[in-house]
Write a protein that binds this ligand. Sequence first.
Ligand code: LLP
Length: 428
Amino acid sequence: MSPVLDPFGRLQLGGVSLAELVGEVGTPTYVYDVDAMAAGARELVAAFGDAPHLVAYAVKANTAGRVIRAMAGEGCGADVVSGAELRVALGCGIAPDRVVYSGVAKTDEELDEAIGCGPRGICAVQVESLEEIGRVEARARAASRRARVGIRVNPSLDLKGLTHASIATGHDEAKFGVPRVDFVRAVERIEASPHLELVGIGSHLGSQFMGEGQHLEAARMLFDFVRTMRGGGGAKSLAFVSVGGGFGVDYTGELADPLRPADFVTAVRTEQRGAGLDGLALVVEPGRSLVAPHAVLLAQVIQTKVAAVARWLMIDAGMNDLMRPALYQARHRIVPLVGAASGPAAVPWRVVGPVCESSDDFGEHLLPSDAPDAVAILDAGAYGYTMANRYNGRQLPVEAFLSGGRLVSSTRREPVDGWVADRLSAGC
Ligand code: LLP
């Protein structure tokens, strides 16, 4: 669940008062409501009913072991984009058979890991170019294995205005996916190889799409491809169609009827049945939608600065902790830990971090004129910690995990000494 105010005006997440938690875990700290994340995954898995499916949780959104294990516990597999993510997914108990691996430039070592794990390698290495097919084939031959591959097709859609340009991938100029015009060649190339088995086709349009229109268009294209391939007597080993991830999250908190991934599944299943492809497994690769809404980033106010042009609220979380506003002009709501954000005493504060960049700016927010001691940045469970870095010699944020209405664990805040020592010795 997203945070709520308790009867005493204190912000709560997962049944825990965040004002009290700050004393325990310090700041900046990501706080995750793991039960709510699991509930979202459960709802999505249930939307498939008895139909063959794989909910491949895109671990890049949130790689915390506890979160991935919770997803696995609800029946999710994983979508990974590196050898390291693959290892984390497998280490969290996800079977190789339930992992799909995308990425435009997988190294030979990463391909070896994917092809070599478990009795038959992972569920599918999703190839993103004609060139990659030859590379996967070479690694499979070297391992004396038959690698299971999927083709990630770039559907060449016009996605302008539907999401931020930096996170749109299913259009002509993007580096992602086998170009639509090369699809048939890709199929022929894979089917001609004794070391490759074509098990799936898919597409991923990008991230943070608020409607289902483009996803359904891409799904229809994929279903048409399958029918054409089968019509020509091919694609005998095809087991799944993946419609990717990208289901948007309502960062405004104001949408009357935001898209629910479970509703999207129902809509795609209808298309699938209409195409007569009920026997194929449907794969979805959601990241953000499962984890973003059920987390906050806690920060304390270091100081204010009031000038003629603005009232700045300077907090101890910066763009190194949460990059999304600086990278994509993303807006996350910011609320005080105690008391309502709005009300007669609320004024616009420009909330900024301590990093030496003008883009270290979380935007203008209505907050009490008496600056709060601490704030929560909402919907911070996806692409938050996973993109955090140590720019300016800053510490990485801590992650705290809530379950059963209490704090169950938190990571250690590494002192800055390690960074100082590392930099002092660099090149020496
Ligand atoms: N599948 C593939 C192949 C992907 O590349 C991605 C995300 C997903 C699934 C999951 O998409 P999701 O359901 O989370 O939207 N850092 C950006 C988002 C980058 C998404 C990268 N790929 C952000 O903070 O908005």
